[in-house]
Design a protein around this ligand. Structure first.
Ligand code: ADP
Ligand code: MG
Length: 252
């Protein structure tokens, strides 16, 4: 199995007024293609910073991040290969854009020469994959519920055929009643497909539902890394044990 991301001694420190925040501190991690990896840690543990480094939105202050062996270049980014679904669908959906426009926009930017008929076919396909009716295409984000808006954001992320889909707390802003439904969208997507998943959450229950491997982050450091079932059964680090004990139960 080939390695998608490799991080070697990666740090991201912020220094302001003589104070240093170690958002990430000496992270070494390989992420294999085709896996579903969960990253869990409380607020401020460095999860979003990690995603920003993986996607080239930010650069490490130490160490190196590689994607398929090549250093992640902040300017070039990763193009269509890596797509992120954010916590709050309101911030990722433009209220003035129809659903069709929203979902197909990454195709316009990554594949500008593609004929529009291909874009429409892809639109129908990804809408089906996230459980939405393609006839909703001419409507606007405000006409949808939070769960539906997150489905639209997932469809948009899928449209350009990414190699890896990243979720940054993608269900945290949703009502508890729809969380499990949206998590099922993710599990259905990665099942039997050539899609890798990196799911970031402060909630271990979310990771257990979706991921085979889990990395536990605490104050910018990895304190545990293992098969999800094993980490649940037998957490090695006291912090992980605390997270397991505090886990809210998902209505699944
Ligand atoms: P998480 O996503 O796990 O909640 P973040 O990666 O957002 O954590 O943040 C990790 C730490 O880095 C926090 O202490 C946060 O305050 C700090 N941090 C993040 N971004 C910046 C920034 N631009 N400037 C200064 N500190 C930052
Ligand atoms: Mg975050």
């Amino acid at each position: 199995m080939s390695t998608l991301f490799s991080l070697r001694n990666v740090s991201r420190h912020y220094t302001r007024g003589g104070q240093t925040t170690r958002a990430l501190d000496d992270i070494t991690l390989d992420i294999d293609e085709g896996t579903q990896l969960g990253v869990v840690g409380e607020s401020g543990s460095g999860k979003t910073t990690l995603i920003r480094l993986l996607t080239g939105l930010d650069a490490p202050t130490g160490g190196e991040v590689r994607f398929r062996g090549d250093p992640v270049n902040r300017r070039a980014g990763l193009g269509a290969d890596v797509q992120v679904v954010f916590q709050d669908p309101r911030s990722s959906l433009d209220p003035r854009m129809t659903v069709r426009r929203t979902v197909t926009e990454p195709l316009r930017s990554h594949r500008p020469r593609q004929p529009s008929t291909n874009r429409h076919a892809r639109f129908d396909e990804v809408m089906r994959q996230v459980g939405l009716d393609a006839s909703m295409g001419e409507r606007y984000p405000h006409e949808f519920s939070g769960g539906q808006r997150q489905r639209i954001a997932i469809a948009r992320a899928l449209a350009p055929h990414p190699t890896v889909l990243i979720g940054d707390e993608p269900v945290s802003a949703l009502d508890v009643s729809v969380r499990a439904q949206i998590l099922n969208v993710f599990t259905d997507l990665v099942r039997d497909r050539d899609l890798s998943l990196l799911m970031v959450s402060h909630d271990l229950g979310v990771i257990r539902h979706v991921c085979e491997r889990v990395v536990v982050l605490r104050k910018g450091r990895i304190v545990e890394d293992g098969a999800t079932a094993e980490v649940f059964e037998n957490p090695q680090h006291p912090y992980t044990a605390e997270l397991v004990a505090a886990m809210p139960r998902l209505p699944v």
